[in-house]
Design a protein around this ligand. Sequence first.
Ligand SMILES: O=C(O)[C@@H](CO)OP(=O)(O)O
Length: 260
Amino acid sequence: MSNSFSKTLASQPKKLILVRHGQSEWNEKNLFTGWVDVKLTEKGRSEAQRAGVLLKESGLKPDILYTSKLSRAIQTANIALETADRLFIDVKRTWRLNERHYGDLQGKDKSEALNQFGPELFKTYRRSYDTPPPPIADDNKFSQFGDERYKEIDPNVLPKTESLKLVIDRLLPYWQDEIARDLLDNKTVLVVAHGNSLRGLYKHLTGITAEEISEINIPTGIPLVFELDSTLNPIKPPYYLDPEAAAAGAAAVAAQGQKK
Ligand SMILES: O=C(O)[C@@H](CO)OP(=O)(O)O
C-alpha cells in the first residue's frame, strides 16, 4: 500500500456495524432465552434478509464478521451476508458475544414472569445494570452445563447468570484483543449478536450511563452503524440503516411481557 493511500485510509472513520439476530422461535413465544440455542423463525429469516439488503444498499462492505456461538446469530449473519453478496469474508465466533445468560429465567414466559415478580423486579431483572437474575441449576433442562460448543472454555469462566455489567466484563477483553484491532487495521467490521450483548457494546462505545442504557432496546435485524475515530470514539451518534423500522422494533422489545 502506498504511503499516501494508507494515510488517507487511516484518517477515514472506522466502520462498525452491529446487527441483532432476526426474530427467534423464543422471541416469538415471548420466552426468556439467554444462552438457550433456539433457531430463527420465518419472520427472523426475512429480517436477516432485510439486514443484507440494507447493507448492500448502504454501500457498506464488511471485511470481517464476528458472531456469538449461538445459532440464531450465525443463521442471521449467513443470510445477511448471502443477500449482500459477501459470504466470502472471514468469520470469527466467540461465546463472549453470546446473549446475556438469563440464569434461572431461561425458558420462562415473560408475561408470567411479570405477574410473578411485579413490574419493578421484572424490569430490574431485564434492564438493571448490575442485578443478575438467580443463577440456573446445572440440572435445569435449559442449563448449558456440558454443552460441547463451550468445551474449550474453562467451566469456571462460563456464567450461570449475568447482569449487563457482567456481560460487558466478559466482552471487553475480546473487544480489545480482536474486534478493536480489526477496526484499527481499517477493516469494516460486522458484529451479529444479541439484544443484550450489543447493548453492552453500545454502552461501552457511547459512554452512556447505566440508567441511560436501561432505556435502550435493540431491534431485530436492522444494521446499526458506528463511525469511529482513530481512538475508536464515535465521531457522531450511531445510526440505524432503517431508522423508522428500528424505532418500531425497539418499542416492541421494550413492551415485551406487558399484557396485550
Ligand atoms: O430473552 C432474551 O434472551 C432477551 C433477548 O431476546 O430478552 P430481553 O429483551 O428480555 O432481555
